[in-house]
Design a protein around this ligand. Structure first.
Ligand code: HEC
Length: 270
């Protein structure tokens, strides 16, 4: 009897009005959906094709040669507009460099040093404990140089950018060939609204790779994106190694417990 009572109760509770409201809501949704979708489609960035990244997957590890080449692209190209405020030169030892290499990289960098005794803004050579800060003196200067848009800090861009590494690669390689460098409004299907204030930053052969890799636009985009992914998650490789170790340890422990349980209960079965 109990099931039929509850069914009756439910019937009594759901009156006609909520049902009608639901119908109206459905009708409204159907009526407005096409226009909403049409408006979205013009603004929505195109879906970025998935790339095979060394650092993807549960066991992926960063290709450190690519990370180092990516640093060369960042330093030679992107750093004229973007900073990596969360990264210090000393952190770069993590991409497989020796302390003296890092010292040399830092010294080759002109970091903002504030005003001198006469009130003039000064730059000086970098030191290992300096951050790879924005090249501009402040947001106002950054805006003035970039058509009213501040180039974002790239320290965590791969983590926070919707679409992650795939979309950054697609954005960097997504300008139509022959796009001019002038102005502050460039067509790119992977940018929001299919337009960005960033001029096409990469050009074939614009950087020199010490390891002899051909610096094509695609290769530079792949390397600089790998570098930015490493910068966003510099401890990912180590975490994954610890994860594999922990999983193996737990498997070993589980096996040990099975053996132990059999031993303890062996008397009882006899
Ligand atoms: C001439 C200055 C300039 C250079 C050089 C430059 N950028 Fe940008 N970048 C910008 C500006 C300005 C924006 C903001 C664009 C916008 O919001 O419309 C931007 C935005 C970005 C974004 C975010 C895109 C978005 O849709 O919000 C990424 C990622 C990026 N840049 C990566 C790079 C990388 C990697 C390099 C080097 C290969 C580089 N940029 C070189 C000026 C520059």
């Amino acid at each position: 009897m109990a099931p039929s009572i509850t069914r009756q109760k439910n019937h009594a509770r759901s009156g006609r009005r909520p049902v009608r409201a639901a119908w109206i809501a459905c009708a409204l949704a159907v009526a407005t959906a096409p226009t909403a979708r049409a408006a979205d489609d013009t603004l929505k960035p195109r879906h970025a094709p998935a790339q095979a990244w060394s650092f993807n997957g549960a066991l992926g590890q960063f290709d450190l040669a690519s990370v180092q080449r990516g640093y060369a692209v960042f330093a030679g190209v992107c750093a004229s507009c973007h900073g990596l405020a969360q990264v210090h030169f000393s952190d770069l030892t993590g991409m497989g460099l020796k302390a003296e290499d890092v010292l040399a990289l830092a010294a080759a960098w002109q970091v903002p040093d504030g005003p001198n005794a006469q009130g003039q803004l000064q730059r000086r050579n970098g030191r290992p404990d300096d951050a790879l800060a924005s090249p501009y003196w402040g947001p106002a200067a950054a805006k003035a140089a970039n058509g009213g848009v501040v180039p974002p800090d790239l320290s965590r861009i791969v983590t926070v950018y919707p679409g992650g590494a795939d979309r950054i690669y697609a954005l960097l390689t997504g300008y139509a060939p022959g796009t001019p460098q002038t102005g502050h409004d460039f067509a790119n299907p992977y940018a929001i609204g299919h337009s960005t204030a960033m001029p096409p930053p990469l050009h074939d052969g614009a950087v020199h790779y010490a390891d002899g890799t051909q610096p094509t636009v695609q290769q530079q985009a792949r390397d600089v994106t790998t570098f930015l992914a490493w910068v966003s998650a510099p401890h990912q490789d180590m975490r994954r190694r610890v994860g594999v170790g922990a999983a193996l340890y737990l498997c070993f422990l589980a096996l040990l417990f099975v053996i132990l349980k059999r031993r303890i209960w062996s008397d009882v079965r006899k």
